[in-house]
Ligand binder design. Structure first.
Ligand SMILES: C[S@@+](CC[C@H](N)C(=O)[O-])C[C@H]1O[C@@H](n2cnc3c(N)ncnc32)[C@H](O)[C@@H]1O
Ligand SMILES: *[C@@H]1O[C@H](CO)[C@@H](O)[C@H](O)[C@H]1NC(C)=O
Ligand SMILES: *[C@@H]1O[C@H](CO)[C@@H](O)[C@H](O)[C@H]1NC(C)=O
Length: 639
C-alpha cells in the first residue's frame, strides 16, 4: 500500500517535472526578485538562466559573487522528453533497479521483526511495505536538485497545509526568502466533539522551572508531561505555600484522563500502572484495580458549572468530563482483550507513516525490534513477559462514549520524549532504548509523586487542578479569573499556531498578571513563511544546504547521545526533514519580527529551535518564551 502511494507520488512529481521541461524551456526559479535589490524582476542572467536581476546595474554589481557559481551545472537526472506512459514506466523502472537503490546501509526491519515474532503475519506484511518506502527515500533525494515549476497540489498541501487562491497568489507573485504569508488561514483547534482526542502530547517541551508558592497556568496541557522535567526553585520571590498548577483544556478526554492519572499519582499507585494508563494500549489486571480506585475518587469531585469558568483551585468536574469518567467506571467490569487492543490500535496507521524512520535510525537490532513492536501494538512497556489472561485493553483508549475516539492517527509517545535528557544518561550496550525511556518516566513520576503527596512531616509542594475550559478571546470571564490569580508563568502548548497573531497577543494580555512569563512551542510558524523549506531555495544551493544540515546533526551526537543509540550520519529520513533544518535558520528572525510586530516593550527570553532528535514528529519546532513586562529578569526563566 505504502509502496503504491509512493510510486504514484513520484509519478506525479515526474509528470510535473516533464511538463515543466516541455513547456517552460527556461529554468524556473520560484524566487523571481532581483538578487541585489530584491525588486520584482523578469530578467535573468542569460548565461545560467538562474538568477534574476532588475537592471544591468544590479547585475554588474553582483557579478563578482555570481560568476563563482554561474554556469556550474549540477548532476542532472536525465528526464525523458516525452511523457508517454510507456516511456515513463521504463524510466521509473530504470531508476528502481539502479544499483544505488540497494542500500545495504538500511537495516532489514521486516526480517529482524519476523525472527522475534514469526507468527505476526499481518505485522510482517505491513513491515514489508514499510521497508520499501524507507528504501525509496534514496530515490526522493535525487529530486533535491530539481525544480518543478508547476505547483503539485499534494506537495503544496503538505508544505503549507492549504491550497487556497490566496496561497497560490502568494506563491506566484514576486516574493523573497523570509516573506510572511500573512493571509494564512488560522482556525481554532477546538472542536465540537472530541473526535480525535490526543492521548498524550506529541512534542517535547521546555524544561520548566517552577517557583515555590507561585501559580502556573497550563493551557491546552493534554497531559502532565510538563511536570516530568520540571524543577522547583526557591528564591526571594517564593512564597511559603504549595505551587498551584492549574490547567485549562478544551478536550474532555484529556481532562478526564489526566485527572485520573493525577489521582493515581496522589494515591501512590505503582509507577508501572501509572505509566500504563498514561501511555499503553494494553494494561495489566493490576493496573485496572488502581485505575478503578482513582476513577471512583475523581467521581467524588464536585460539579463544575456547565457554562462559565470553574473555581480555579477547587477539585471540580465539568458534566461532560464526568460523563466520560462514569463511562470508564462502568466499562471496568467488561474490558476488551489484548488482541482487540492491538487491532484497534493498528487501525490508526495511515500509509504515509514515517514513524518507522525512528526505527531505521536505531543502531541496535534489539532496539529496532522493540520499538517496532511498540509502534505496531501500542504497548508500553512491552507485555511479552506477561501471560495473556493477565492483560486487557486500555479502558481510556478503547472504552469512550459520545463519539470520543482518542489516539489520533499515528500517535506515538516517543514523539514527546526529551531525547537529550534520556539518552545522555544511559549506555546503549546495557540499557535498551525502551528501558531508558521507561526509567526516565519512572524517576520523573516518582518526583511528581513526592511533590503531590509527600512523606510524613514534609510539606506538599504542588497542587494540581485540571479543568475543562476553552481559552478564547470571547471567554472573558475565564480570562479575568486567570488574571486574578496573577500567574507567575503560563504555558500554551502550541496554541499560538491556531490564532491570528494579533488575537493571540490580545488573549495573552487579557489573562496576564503583572509579570507573567509565557512559554510555548510553535509548529506552524513554518507554514507561514517563505524560505523555511529547502525546496524554496535555488536548485544549486540545496545540495549544500542538505549537506550542512546533515553536518549539524552529526555534530549534535556527542552531546545528545554519547553512547550512540541512534545514527547521526547517513540519517534515514525524508531529505526535506533534514534540509529544512538549514532553511529554517535563514528565516527565523523574519518570523520573530512578525510574531512580535506592534508589541512594544516585549521582553523575549527565548526564541530557539528544539535540537534535532530522530523521535520528533516535526523537526522545525520553535520554543518561545516572553513577557509583556520589561522589568522581569526573563533570562532566569527560559532556557
Ligand atoms: C493545541 S492542541 C495541539 C495538538 C498538537 N500538538 C498538534 O498540533 O498536532 C493541544 C491541546 O490544546 C487544546 N486546546 C487547543 N486550543 C485550546 C484553547 N483555545 N483552549 C484550551 N485548550 C485548547 C486541545 O484540546 C489539545 O488537547
Ligand atoms: C461505578 O460503576 C459501578 C458498577 O457499574 C457502579 O455500581 C457505581 O455506582 C459506579 N460508581 C460511580 C461513582 O459512578
Ligand atoms: C501590579 O502592578 C500594579 C501597578 O504597579 C500594582 O498596583 C498591583 O498591586 C500589582 N499587582 C500585584 C498582584 O502585584
Amino acid at each position: 500500500m505504502m509502496f503504491v502511494l509512493f510510486l504514484s507520488f513520484f509519478f506525479l512529481f515526474l509528470v510535473y517535472y516533464v511538463k515543466n521541461r516541455k513547456f517552460n524551456k527556461g529554468s524556473s526559479r520560484v524566487i523571481n526578485v532581483c538578487n541585489v535589490c530584491l525588486k520584482p524582476s523578469k530578467n535573468k542572467c542569460t548565461n545560467c538562466n538562474q538568477i534574476y536581476y532588475c537592471s544591468k546595474k544590479c547585475q554588474k554589481k553582483d557579478w563578482k559573487e555570481h560568476k563563482k557559481v554561474c554556469g556550474t551545472v549540477g548532476t542532472e537526472l536525465i528526464i525523458p522528453t516525452s511523457s508517454s506512459p510507456s516511456e515513463m514506466r521504463e524510466f521509473i523502472s530504470d531508476l528502481m533497479f539502479d544499483n544505488d537503490m540497494e542500500n545495504s546501509n538500511i537495516p532489514n526491519i521486516e526480517q529482524e521483526y519476523s525472527m522475534k515474532y514469526p507468527h505476526e503475519k499481518v505485522h510482517i506484511q505491513f513491515l514489508n511495505s514499510v521497508q520499501s518506502s524507507i528504501k525509496y527515500l534514496h530515490f526522493i533525494e535525487r529530486f533535491i536538485d530539481h525544480d518543478p515549476s508547476e505547483p503539485d497540489p499534494k506537495y503544496i498541501m503538505k508544505r503549507w497545509n492549504e491550497f487556497s487562491d490566496v496561497l497560490i497568489k502568494f506563491l506566484t507573485t514576486p516574493r523573497k526568502i523570509g516573506d510572511i504569508f500573512i493571509e494564512k488561514k488560522k482556525s481554532p483547534y477546538l472542536r465540537e466533539k472530541d473526535v480525535d482526542a490526543q492521548s498524550f502530547n506529541n512534542m517535547p517541551k521546555q524544561s520548566l522551572t517552577l517557583n515555590k508558592g507561585k501559580v502556573h497556568i497550563a493551557i491546552g496541557f493534554v497531559d502532565l508531561d510538563l511536570l516530568l522535567r520540571a524543577k522547583i526553585i526557591q528564591n526571594e520571590n517564593s512564597i511559603d505555600q504549595p505551587i498551584q498548577f492549574i490547567g485549562y483544556e478544551g478536550s474532555v478526554y484529556a481532562v478526564a484522563k489526566t485527572n485520573v492519572i493525577k489521582e493515581m499519582i496522589i494515591k501512590k499507585a505503582p509507577i508501572r500502572s501509572i505509566i500504563e494508563v498514561w501511555f499503553s494500549s494494553v494494561w495489566t489486571i493490576e493496573t485496572l484495580k488502581h485505575f478503578e480506585k482513582a476513577v471512583k475518587s475523581v467521581l467524588r469531585f464536585e460539579d463544575a458549572p456547565n457554562d462559565g469558568p470553574p473555581n480555579p483551585t477547587k477539585k471540580e468536574l465539568h458534566p461532560k468530563v464526568r460523563s466520560l469518567i462514569s463511562h470508564w467506571n462502568k466499562s471496568i467490569k467488561s474490558p476488551k482483550s489484548q488482541q482487540e487492543a492491538h487491532k484497534l490500535w493498528s487501525k490508526t496507521f495511515t500509509s504515509e507513516d514515517s514513524v518507522f524512520f525512528i526505527v531505521a535510525n536505531l543502531v541496535e537490532p534489539r532496539d529496532r525490534v522493540q520499538v517496532t513492536r511498540h509502534i505496531l501494538t501500542g504497548e508500553f512497556p512491552l507485555m511479552d513477559d506477561q501471560s495473556q489472561k493477565n492483560l486487557i485493553a486500555s479502558i481510556t483508549m478503547f472504552n469512550c462514549n459520545n463519539g470520543i475516539s482518542p489516539h489520533s492517527s499515528n500517535e506515538l509517545m516517543l514523539q514527546m520524549m526529551p531525547m537529550s535528557t534520556i539518552l545522555s544518561k544511559n549506555q546503549r550496550k546495557e540499557i535498551s532504548f525502551l528501558n531508558a525511556i521507561y526509567n526516565f518516566l519512572e524517576n520523573a513520576i516518582i518526583k511528581v509523586c513526592d511533590w503531590l503527596s509527600p512523606l510524613e512531616g514534609q510539606d506538599e509542594k504542588i497542587e494540581i487542578y485540571l479543568h475543562f475550559q476553552p481559552v478564547t478571546n470571547d471567554n472573558s470571564a475565564l480570562l479575568a479569573s486567570i488574571r486574578q490569580l496573577d500567574p507567575w508563568m503560563m504555558s500554551w502548548n502550541n496554541i499560538c499556531d491556531y490564532f491570528y497573531v494579533q488575537d493571540f497577543h490580545e488573549l495573552l494580555r487579557a489573562c496576564s498578571g503583572n509579570d507573567t512569563v509565557h512559554i510555548m512551542t510553535s509548529i506552524d510558524w513554518f507554514k507561514e513563511i517563505f524560505g523555511a523549506h529547502i525546496m524554496e531555495y535555488d536548485g544549486r544551493v540545496r545540495r549544500k544546504m542538505l549537506n550542512d544540515a546533515q553536518k549539524k546533526i552529526s555534530i549534535a551526537e556527542k552531546f545528545v547521545d554519547p553512547s550512540g543509540y541512534f545514527r547521526y550520519t547517513d540519517v534515514i529520513s525524508h531529505p526535506y526533514n533534514i534540509g529544512d533544518i538549514e532553511a529554517m535558520m535563514v528565516v527565523k528572525e523574519s518570523w520573530q519580527s512578525y510574531f512580535f510586530m506592534g508589541q512594544d516593550l516585549i521582553n523575549i527570553g527565548d526564541f530557539s529551535f528544539v535540537p534535532y532528535a530522530h523521535t520528533h514528529k516535526t523537526h522545525t519546532l520553535l520554543n518561545i518564551c516572553f513577557t509583556y513586562n520589561k522589568k522581569v529578569n526573563i533570562k532566569t526563566y527560559c532556557k
